[in-house]
Design a protein around this ligand. Structure first.
Ligand code: MG
Length: 488
């Protein structure tokens, strides 16, 4: 920032400004420097156990590992929902998706035939920061409405480049093997490339269709690097949401067969390379000490896709479900010289990013609505504990489970998407079905002692269940009905 400042000052002096005006210009530059840049890197369907630093034995992620060693590795970090659209709405608005109408019991996410999207009445991180002088860019998967007025450029982003929804949508009739699962994991990449007619948008215009997904991670990275360079006078906010490793998997030539973990490993290792390019660019441009970078994923791994889906490691469950594997994500914060380095085991969620970014940048958090996020900057800076003690696990429009402190109560259980078996042994044995099971006595786990949710301790702790029930009742009393955007 110092180099930039001297360039700006030299420019102003060449116009013969008076000393007083110089001071005003300098103050403005200092003010700019006090506003950190923010970059959120959001993977799609990456599991808790899919990174080297989070314990994967054969996926090599040196850049993410380095990011964690230099920054903070978070082991109790959650998303707002176990599936794409509501999870993204939660991150960008700082509010549970139930408040914006961005979750549904009938349709899990938005589809190409959907007419809804994130309402204009919602304020995104981008819009709030933009009002405080930030430049903003969205790159990658959006999935909050692909028609105006729901696009990124309608929601506070100065620019957008990416596939506006999931990479397995717009399936071309007649392609594939006739089976949804095997089509995506058995076909060659060249065949799959033609089977999904998804577009790439530049702002609000389609510039490519079908998107050549074989180079999508590489092109998102190039766009992010270019945006860092073009916005380096700061401050800026970049939201980089990769379409991968959501199925169907793709990788560029350079990453074919590089990973011991096969195709899925190749895809993750390319995303890791992408992270490395971003950190390197920040360092080269002298922006690293003024940029907070966050890496996480929108939901857990999609287990039914066999080796093309990831792993939640020791966590139980997967995408779509409300056991830990569906909603606890491998999360890393990086901000050299500012963050207190180490492992953070406090609870936080993607909804906390909005109030945290507001606090760190001196941006006013809107006071006309309920926020479900908390300012976690004391944890980042090492000055305090997490204000968060509760996490809600929604599936669609229902609260299935609540975590309060060490304990998590499941009021309703249901299998993750498509999977009927393969659950760890539980005590007592528990059958998880594809339809919701409402538990008269909730299942109770101590998720710090028992992160795999194997040992139901409900009978031993009726007082904990009573306390969590009270949290549920108070929460539900504060939820107002809004128009559902996924069913339009
Ligand atoms: Mg996802």
């Amino acid at each position: 920032m110092k180099a930039n400042k001297s360039i700006v000052m030299a420019g102003l002096l060449s116009f013969g400004l008076s000393g007083q005006q110089d001071m005003i210009a300098a103050e403005t530059e200092d003010e700019k420097a006090s506003k950190p840049n923010f970059i959120v890197i959001f993977a799609d369907d990456l599991g808790y156990g899919d990174l080297g630093i989070f314990g994967h034995p054969t996926i090599n992620t040196p850049n993410l590992d380095r990011m964690a060693f230099e920054g903070q590795k978070w082991t109790n970090f959650y998303v707002a929902a176990p599936v794409c659209t509501p999870s993204r709405a939660g991150l960008l608005t700082g509010r549970l998706p139930i408040r914006s109408g961005m979750c549904s019991d009938k349709r899990r996410v938005l589809f190409p035939d959907s007419n809804g999207g994130l309402p204009q009445s919602e304020i995104t991180i981008a819009r709030a920061l933009k009002e405080n002088g930030y430049q903003t860019a969205a790159i990658g998967k959006w999935h909050l409405g692909h028609k105006s007025p729901f696009l990124p450029t309608d929601h506070g982003f100065d620019s957008y480049f990416g596939i506006p929804y999931s990479n397995d949508m717009d399936r071309v009739p007649g392609t594939g093997t006739g089976n949804y699962i095997t089509s995506q994991i058995k076909l060659a990449e060249e065949e799959n490339f033609h089977a999904y007619n998804v577009p790439i948008l530049r702002n609000d215009k389609i510039i490519e269709r079908p998107a050549d997904q074989r180079t999508i991670t590489k092109r998102y990275t190039e766009e992010a690097v270019a945006k860092i360079k073009s916005m380096k006078d700061g401050p800026f906010f970049i939201y980089l949401a990769h379409n991968l490793p959501h199925i169907p998997l793709f990788r560029s030539e350079e990453f074919k067969d590089v990973s011991l973990a096969g195709f899925y490993g190749d895809v993750i290792e390319e995303i890791d390379w992408s992270v490395g390019q971003i950190l390197k660019t920040l360092e080269e441009e002298g922006l690293d000490e003024n940029t907070l970078v966050v890496f996480t994923s929108d939901n857990g791994p999609w287990h039914i896709f066999e080796t093309h889906g990831g792993t939640a490691g020791l966590l139980r469950g997967a995408k779509g479900g409300t056991f830990e594997g569906g909603m606890r994500e491998p999360t890393i914060f990086w901000w050299p010289g500012k963050l207190k380095q180490g492992v953070v085991m406090d609870m936080a969620t993607t909804m906390d990013l909005f109030p945290t970014f507001c606090n760190l940048s001196g941006t006013k958090l809107p006071d006309d609505r309920i926020y479900d996020g908390y300012d976690i900057s004391p944890l980042l800076l090492g000055t305090g504990k997490s204000p968060r003690d509760v996490v809600f696990y929604y599936r669609g429009q229902q609260v299935y489970a609540i975590r309060k402190g060490d304990y998590k109560a499941h009021f309703i259980t249901q299998n993750e998407y498509g999977s009927q078996t393969a659950h760890p042994i539980t005590n007592p044995p528990l059958e998880i079905t594809n339809t919701p099971t409402v538990h008269e006595t909730p299942l109770l786990y101590n998720v710090n002692i028992d992160p795999s949710e194997k040992f139901n301790i409900a009978e031993e702790h009726p007082e904990v269940i009573a306390e969590i029930r009270k949290v549920l009742e108070e929460h539900l009393a504060g939820i107002e009905e809004v128009e559902n955007q996924l069913e339009k």
